[in-house]
Design a protein around this ligand. Structure first.
Ligand code: R5P
Length: 291
C-alpha cells in the first residue's frame, strides 16, 4: 500500500504515513501562467493499493479539480485500488434542489469521483451521510467526536452542549453523552435567498452560569453561531465556545463570532486553519482507525 499526498492535505498524509507505517509520495504540482493546475505522480504504483489524501477546503474548485486529475493519473498508472481520503468534502451542503433548476452539486462531484476511478471514499463528518449514496464505491465515514469530547473536557469548566440547529442534535447528544454533560438544541431557519439565519423558537432551558459549547459540522459565514451565541447569553450563559469539524470561517466570520461573545474557537485540520488562537484538533488518528 502507498499513500499519495495531494496538493491540500494539512499534514494528514504525513500523519497517516507515520501512524500506519505506509510510505508517502507527494504529488508534484504547479500552476500554469493561465491559472490551470499541473499534476505529476512521481512514483511507480502499478498493482499497488493507493490511499490518496486530498481535502477540498478553500479554494474548493482548484482542490477538487486537482483531486480529479490526481485520481485519474493514479488509475492510469495501473493502481489496483484507489481510496480517496477527502477530510472535507466541498459542495456537500448543496445536496438537493432547494429551488427549481438548481444544481445538486454534491451529486455531480461524487459522480465525477467514480468516473475518474476512485473506488473507495473516506469523508470526515459529511454534512448528511445519506448524500454520499451518489458515490457507488466503498464508503467510510469518520466522526471525530472522541477527540472533540476530550478537548471540551480538558478546557471547558462546566459545559452545556448546545446544537445550533436540529440537524446538529445527534452530534451534540453523542458528544454530551461521552463526557456526561447536559445538552439541547435550537430551532433555526435560513432564508434561502439572503442566506440570513433566524432563531425560530428559543429552547426552554436555563443556561445560568453554564459554559455553553455550540457544536456544528461547518461554520461558514458564522451566521448560525452568532445567533446561537446571542441566544445562549440571553438564557444566562457564562461563556460560549464554538466548535466545528470544518471551520471554514469565510470573510469576517471570526470577527463576527468574537463580537457576539464567542470566547474560544475549536476546529480540526480538515481545513487549513492558520490562526494561532484557534484550537485545532488533528483528525488523522480517527481516520487511521477507520482505514
Ligand atoms: C447547516 O445546515 C450547517 O450544518 C451549518 O449550520 C451551516 O453550514 C453554518 O453556516 P453559517 O456559518 O454560514 O451559518
Amino acid at each position: 500500500m502507498i499513500i499519495i499526498g495531494g496538493t491540500a492535505t494539512n499534514g494528514i498524509d504525513e500523519s497517516l504515513s507515520k501512524i500506519l507505517s505506509i510510505p508517502l509520495v507527494k504529488v508534484e504540482s504547479k500552476i500554469f501562467p493561465d491559472g490551470e493546475s499541473y499534476i505529476r505522480v512521481p512514483s511507480s504504483i502499478r498493482n499497488e493499493e493507493v490511499l490518496l489524501v486530498q481535502t477540498t477546503d478553500y479554494p474548493q474548485d482548484k482542490h477538487l479539480i486537482e483531486l480529479f486529475l490526481i485520481a485519474e493519473t493514479i488509475r492510469d498508472l495501473g493502481a489496483k485500488k484507489l481510496t480517496a481520503v477527502v477530510p472535507y468534502l466541498a459542495y456537500s451542503r448543496q445536496d438537493r434542489r432547494f429551488k427549481d433548476g438548481e444544481a445538486v452539486s454534491i451529486k455531480t462531484i461524487l459522480h465525477i469521483l467514480g468516473e475518474v476511478g476512485v473506488n473507495g471514499l473516506l469523508v470526515v463528518e459529511p454534512h448528511k451521510p445519506e448524500e454520499l449514496s451518489y458515490f457507488k464505491g466503498e464508503l467510510k465515514i469518520v466522526h471525530p467526536y472522541h477527540q472533540i469530547s476530550r478537548k471540551i473536557k480538558e478546557i471547558v469548566e462546566d459545559p452545556f452542549i448546545l446544537a445550533p440547529d436540529r440537524g446538529a442534535l445527534d452530534r451534540a447528544r453523542k458528544i454530551a453523552e461521552e463526557i456526561s454533560v447536559p445538552y439541547s438544541y435550537i430551532e433555526k431557519e435560513r432564508d434561502r435567498t439572503t442566506g440570513e439565519v433566524r432563531i425560530k423558537e428559543a429552547p426552554n432551558i436555563n443556561l445560568k452560569g453554564k459554559d455553553v459549547v455550540l457544536i456544528d459540522d461547518i461554520i461558514s459565514t458564522g451566521g448560525t453561531i452568532v445567533q446561537a451565541t446571542r441566544l445562549a447569553y440571553s438564557l444566562g450563559a457564562r461563556s460560549v465556545t464554538a466548535v466545528a469539524v470544518h471551520l471554514l470561517l469565510v470573510g469576517d466570520a471570526k470577527e463576527r463570532l468574537r463580537e457576539a461573545g464567542v470566547k474560544t474557537l475549536i476546529g480540526t485540520n480538515t481545513i487549513n486553519i492558520k490562526d494561532k488562537d484557534i484550537i485545532t484538533i488533528d483528525v488523522s488518528q480517527s481516520i487511521a482507525l477507520s482505514l
